[in-house]
Design a binder for this molecule. Structure first.
Ligand SMILES: Cc1cc2nc3c(=O)[nH]c(=O)nc-3n(C[C@H](O)[C@H](O)[C@H](O)COP(=O)(O)OP(=O)(O)OC[C@H]3O[C@@H](n4cnc5c(N)ncnc54)[C@H](O)[C@@H]3O)c2cc1C
Length: 457
């Protein structure tokens, strides 16, 4: 019940499940409201998809991460951690691998010279991107398939030579059920990334990478009283109704067979896992969580003696290449200061969460990657590879299917005191840290906290 004296709700024991950036953001919000907060994280470290690992002597993110000038919520958090001033901003270049050639596509002039398309096709392609950047009504995009929308505006030639290979590289066959909101969100983010005056693409990173951000953030939370249970994988959540005084609590079972009791639980993990974990949700809620298709990723990190290109991203339209793209992180991150003088390249391949290749043995993926680089770059030699490591994640981003927003599971669940908030709730954007933090704050203030305040405790 709301405390009449100061009209703030009582302090309750909360468990946040998952210590990715969403879990940390929710913990921030709860602590700011004077709540007692514990975070349970299955992995031995915090950060989830943003966590770091060691590549030889170098510690850097398992998956590539950059910050955009327009990432205002993330930058505000970095300011709060005294790290924002340290961000290094670097102008980036984009490459395109098409027809066996590596082409630069970093500015409008290069775009207008793009050889694989006729001038008319280039103009239609450019017009489509411009149109997507101007549309404000995301629902109108979400109602139609990405294929239908792109074919309509870009025409058959540009669709088949550029969009289709890119869609297949990113989404596999799942592009067929993806809505136009996917391309809309991507275009909106990239347009925002260009500084309005210079129109340059600037990407940033904090020295030390996400490892440093996460360490500073968890220290800050711990100093405010947050408890962190690492290596604590939650197996099941059940409601406990106390018939004598009508109070409600939630029992949480961990995979190590221990159990704990909390007043409230907020789960930030992937939806199919929530459906399995929260046994008291209604069948409809479970079905809503289960029916979300996720994109997973297999992503190799290569530490190299030499750079392979000048491009941060190389998009690929040649369908024989078994990669979504090539990310040369050391075009942004300073090799001397951060990478022991070496160069860092990521080779991601996205696929739906049920794809058998998510479990492809590391050695097979390694061989495919090296053969691909040898074919694409004359100067590449496998002797230049100092370290090669493969990271995998089954649940990365919810696939933006047609009418997706109409089928989302609720944040405030049917179980009193149990909330389910994860990145699948991002609607008007693609998956990134800024959107995740923004969602964490807005849904917390818009749905979780009002429900908590209104509920009789
Ligand atoms: C390849 C790749 C590149 C990316 N590039 C960028 C980029 O350049 N810029 C950018 O801003 N964003 C980027 N992102 C996106 C960014 O990483 C995500 O937006 C963000 O990390 C999502 O955080 P989250 O907390 O929602 O999810 P997660 O990070 O997935 O966190 C969920 C956490 O829950 C834990 N968990 C799962 N099950 C249990 C359980 N049973 N019990 C306890 N804990 C559990 C997991 O271990 C994990 O730590 C990229 C992501 C990937 C994969």
């Amino acid at each position: 019940m709301v405390d009449e004296a100061n009209s703030s709700p009582p302090k309750r024991r909360w468990l946040v499940i998952g210590a990715g950036v969403m879990g940390l953001k929710v913990a921030d919000e709860l602590i700011a409201k004077g709540q007692d907060v514990t975070i349970a994280e299955a992995a031995p470290t915090v950060g989830g998809l943003t966590s770091a690992w060691k590549l030889g002597d170098v510690t850097w993110d398992r998956f590539y991460h950059v910050t955009l000038l327009s990432d205002s919520v993330l930058r505000e958090k970095l300011r709060d951690l005294d790290l924002e001033d340290e961000i290094r901003w670097v102008e980036t270049k984009t490459g395109f691998y098409a027809g066996g050639e590596l082409l630069s596509m970093s500015n409008t002039l290069e775009f207008l010279r793009f050889k694989p398309l006729s001038l008319f096709q280039r103009l239609r392609l450019g017009g489509t991107i411009f149109l997507a950047s101007k549309i404000r009504d995301f629902r109108s995009m979400e109602r139609q398939s990405v294929e239908a929308w792109l074919r309509r505006w870009s025409g058959r030639g540009a669709f088949e030579k550029v969009w289709l290979p890119l869609l297949k590289a990113k989404l596999g066959d799942a592009y067929q059920k993806t809505s136009a909101a996917f391309i809309w969100a991507h275009t909106q983010r990239m347009y925002k990334a260009r500084r309005s005056g210079a129109k340059k693409e600037m990407f940033g990173y904090v020295p030390g990478g996400y490892a440093r951000i996460l360490e500073t953030w968890t220290e800050q939370l711990a100093s405010k009283g947050m408890r962190l249970l690492l290596g604590h994988s939650v197996r099941e959540i059940r409601k406990l109704d106390n018939d004598t005084d009508g109070s409600r609590q939630i029992e949480v079972d961990f995979h190590d067979a221990s159990s704990q009791i909390y007043d409230c639980v907020i789960s930030t993990i992937a939806s199919p896992l929530i459906a399995r974990q929260c046994v008291d949700l209604t069948e409809q809620e479970k079905q809503q969580h289960r029916s979300i298709t996720y994109l997973g990723v297999v992503c190799a990190s290569l530490l190299l003696k030499k750079p392979i290109s000048e491009y941060y991203v190389t998009n690929i339209t040649d369908t024989w290449v078994p990669l979504t793209g090539i990310i040369e992180m050391s075009t942004i991150v300073d090799p001397e200061r951060e990478l022991g003088g070496h160069h860092l390249v990521y080779l991601p391949k996205y696929m739906t969460d049920d794809h058998p290749d998510l479990a492809e043995p590391d050695d097979d993926y390694r061989e495919r990657c090296l053969q691909t680089l040898e074919k694409m770059y004359d100067h590449f030699s496998r002797d230049d590879v100092l370290e090669f490591k493969v990271a995998r994640a089954k649940y990365v981003a919810a696939l933006s299917t047609v009418d997706y927003s109409t089928r989302l599971p609720p944040v405030v669940t049917s179980v009193p005191g149990l909330y389910a908030l994860n990145s699948a709730h991002i609607l008007e954007g693609n998956l990134n840290v800024n959107e995740t933090l923004h969602l964490g704050a807005t849904k917390f203030h818009g749905e979780v906290w009002p429900d908590f305040v209104a509920t009789k405790h």
